[in-house]
Design a protein around this ligand. Structure first.
Ligand SMILES: [Zn+2]
Length: 295
């Protein structure tokens, strides 16, 4: 890789990543033996253009390869760069279909408030070429699994580079910058079980915001997040009030205000969606997962 194409990018062998100056959104490119995998290409127009250049340089040198664009989930910040890659097949969880247009509208509003100039095509719904609905699916150099936790349209991807490096893409989970912020509590257990299973096979963890992590650090992040969630589930299972659950320490967030908001949302959604008896069952499963992650 020449340094010009890689300006602003970090890489380890077949795995390239770059953090945006906005939201610390992390985009990635994994060069596999059979496919190029692009992940969450964003956010600022200049960064999207840089990514396009990097892709073109790599593709010119190493074709032919299938081109896939993995969307970790359909939050607006992760999808506003998709328009620049019409030659890539978009791979997303099937549930992402439902949210694309709303997220793109939100992106347009936020761009408008910041005076970010983006082509109109950036806000048009794009086709999802591979919508993953099954528990796991395989594509060239990738194992995929839909999850429902931070959002209901998450997609895990275990990507394998040409050099054998395996990179697990998890979207907005296990970030060094922020703890769990859940939409779907009942879905979180099977989601984290799938995540932990794939993480055991990965060399790198690639998260939606902030730096990627090697396996040992990724496992520590997993334990931290599971411990936080377990604390909340135990309170719910033990009949504690919502106020008592709120008294537990909040997860890390990009700012104290956001951390407080994540915590409030997590507690509120837990009390809305999970009865105490069900919380007890979820807590037991989560504890088993935490024990396995400690081994
Ligand atoms: Zn995000």
């Amino acid at each position: 890789m020449d340094t010009q194409a890689a300006a602003g990018w970090q890489h380890d062998g077949s795995f390239y990543w770059r953090q945006s100056e906005v939201y610390a959104l992390t985009s990635a490119l994994v060069v596999g033996r059979r496919a190029l995998w692009l992940v969450d290409p964003g956010f600022l127009p200049r960064e999207v253009a840089d990514l396009r250049r990097l892709v073109d340089r790599l593709a010119a040198r190493q074709r032919p390869r299938a081109r896939y664009l993995l969307l970790s989930h359909a939050d607006f910040d992760h999808i506003l760069g998709v328009h620049a890659f019409p030659d890539f097949k978009v791979v997303a969880a099937q549930a992402a279909h439902r949210r694309l247009e709303r997220s793109l509208r939100r992106g347009r509003r936020i761009d408008g408030s910041l005076l970010i100039d983006r082509p109109a095509s950036a806000y048009q719904a794009f086709p999802i070429g591979e919508a993953v609905a099954r528990r796991t699916a395989a594509l060239p150099d990738a194992i995929l699994a839909p999850i429902s936790s931070h959002t209901r349209d998450g997609l895990l991807g275990l990507l394998t580079g040409y050099d054998g490096r395996r990179i697990l893409v998890v979207g907005d989970h296990l970030s060094a910058l922020e703890g769990p912020h859940l939409t779907d509590w009942p879905g979180t257990l099977p989601s984290f079980e799938a995540l932990a299973g794939l993480l055991a096979q990965a060399d790198w963890l690639m998260v939606g915001h902030g730096p990627p992590a090697r396996r040992a650090e990724a496992r520590q992040r997993l334990r931290d997040d599971l411990s936080y969630l377990l604390g909340l589930l135990r309170r719910r299972a033990g009949g504690a009030s919502e106020t008592q659950a709120l008294a537990l320490p909040a997860p890390p967030g990009p700012s104290p205000e956001e951390s407080h908001r994540y915590h409030g949302d997590n507690v509120h959604r837990l009390y809305q969606s999970v009865e105490p008896a069900a919380a007890s069952g979820l807590a037991n499963r989560l504890e088993a997962l935490l024990q396995a992650a400690q081994g």
